[in-house]
Design a protein around this ligand. Structure first.
Ligand SMILES: NC(=O)c1ccc[n+]([C@@H]2O[C@H](COP(=O)([O-])OP(=O)(O)OC[C@H]3O[C@@H](n4cnc5c(N)ncnc54)[C@H](OP(=O)(O)O)[C@@H]3O)[C@@H](O)[C@H]2O)c1
Length: 401
């Protein structure tokens, strides 16, 4: 199914090619827009430098996104959501790697990413399609996880590639839908692409999720239960009822003492998804079934910290060495050590949509803020102890859309 969708999307996106021109405006190089829109500004929350919560600034004059490639669409954002990466990016996390991605030839001066719009999740309506977009139409309701090198969704409009978007589940409102894309595509990438799980091989597999009460955890529990796995979760005591309601079979309270002790007396696991990191790596791999293809996948990696502190080349080299050393150390004990990463993917969201519309996964929206309250939404996220997702409603739902 997913392969078929990827192939049909590929055919659509490569069916024509359009030449785009480059023009120079001072220090900026921009592709000429093929966009029909006559607007050139929009309201958005931006940052003009990296820092704390004081750097967020509301403006009515943010640049309106333009279609520069024929497979792009402009989406009117109805709802967005926050993720820990928004707080980290606001402080400059990943700036080196993301700058390289935005400007691979290093033509622009540093700081040209500003004014930067944060926000990785969007649920909204397509306002305009590029010439090669055939799989989507104007007015389609879509959801997407926005790559961190692109302008984000704390704005009225955002431009995305058609292969990053997906038709949103019909059963969800925009607010509910915005709670999914970034955590769903991250969990999908970690569990399916890196962990090798699928709906056909999950039945009765024993999975451990370290950190089950946040955005990634609440999605992963539900997806794995929909696929028939046995799911054990660690969380704090006051989240036990919450994760059990989402389907967790066994819950271990990490605040009651060293969590590895109650976990070590349980039957060993086929896969561990680590949303916590740090100390967990010392003991978690001992909980895997050895010599059976069992995998530990952690989402907490030093990849971007390394490129931030050492530069792109040295940072990537350092990451490759760390990853290879750890993988080898654990391979000789018969278990696999892996890093998991967010990967934007419309086709993955297509599959998630089917599970959501089948009623097997529900949105876990902890709190909703209005567009004017984006700084308050950041404050809430920074307090930690998430129980699902923090969502921002950008525009009121309209009955005619
Ligand atoms: N590599 C990637 O591309 C990628 C992508 C997405 C996310 N991530 C990372 O993955 C992690 C999870 O993301 P998220 O969006 O789910 O974060 P989140 O929504 O902030 O949730 C974190 C959850 O972990 C719980 N927690 C904290 N310490 C814990 C511990 N020692 N044991 C068990 N639970 C604990 C928190 O609740 P309590 O504090 O109340 O227990 C909270 O519910 C973050 O570190 C994030 O940066 C990485």
């Amino acid at each position: 199914m997913i392969r078929h969708l990827v192939y049909s999307r590929w055919l659509f996106h490569h069916s024509k090619s359009v030449n785009t021109l480059v023009c120079l405006h001072g220090r900026q190089t921009r592709l000429l827009s093929t966009s029909k829109s006559s607007r050139n500004i929009m309201p958005a929350w931006v940052i003009d430098k990296y820092g704390g919560d004081d750097v967020l600034r509301f403006t009515k004059n943010a640049s309106f996104p333009i279609i520069t490639y024929p497979n792009e669409v402009i989406v009117q954002v109805h709802a967005a959501a926050l993720n820990p990466i928004d707080v980290s990016m606001r402080g400059g996390y990943g700036a080196s790697t993301l700058s390289m991605k935005r400007d691979p030839l290093n033509i622009k001066q540093s700081g040209t990413e500003f004014p930067l719009i944060l926000g990785r999740d969007v649920s909204g309506v397509i306002m305009e399609c590029g010439l090669d977009v055939k799989y989507f139409r104007e007015r389609d309701e879509v959801w997407a996880a926005i790559p961190p090198w692109k302008q984000g969704s704390f704005a009225e409009f955002v431009v995305l590639s058609a292969n990053e978007i997906s038709h949103k589940p019909k059963s969800l409102s925009h607010i509910e839908a915005a709670a999914f894309p970034y955590v769903a595509t991250t969990a999908w990438s970690a569990l399916v692409n890196t962990g090798g799980l699928s709906k056909d091989n999950c039945a009765k597999k024993r999975i451990l999720i370290l950190g089950g009460s946040g955005g990634v955890g609440t999605f992963a529990i539900q997806m794995l239960k929909a696929w028939g796995a046995h799911v054990t979760v660690t969380c704090s005591q006051n989240a036990e009822r919450f994760v059990r309601d989402l389907g967790a079979d066994h819950v271990v309270d990490y605040t009651a003492g060293p969590v590895e002790e109650p976990l070590s007396v349980l039957e060993k696991f086929d896969l561990i998804l680590d949303n916590v990191g740090g100390e967990t790596e010392r003991w978690a791999l001992n909980l895997l079934k050895p010599w059976s293809g069992a995998k530990y996948v952690t989402l907490v990696t030093p990849f971007l910290q390394n490129t931030d502190s050492l530069g792109i080349a040295d940072g990537m080299m350092q990451s490759a060495c760390t990853m290879a050393t750890k993988a080898l150390k654990h391979l000789i004990k018969g278990v696999h050590y892996r890093w998991g990463f967010f990967a934007p993917s419309g086709p993955a969201l297509d599959d998630v949509r089917d599970i959501v519309d089948a009623g097997q996964i529900r949105a876990v929206v902890e709190e909703t803020f209005s567009f004017s309250q984006v700084p308050q939404a950041f404050e809430k996220l920074e307090k930690g102890h998430a129980r699902g997702k923090t969502v921002v409603q950008i525009i009121e739902e309209r009955a005619d859309l």
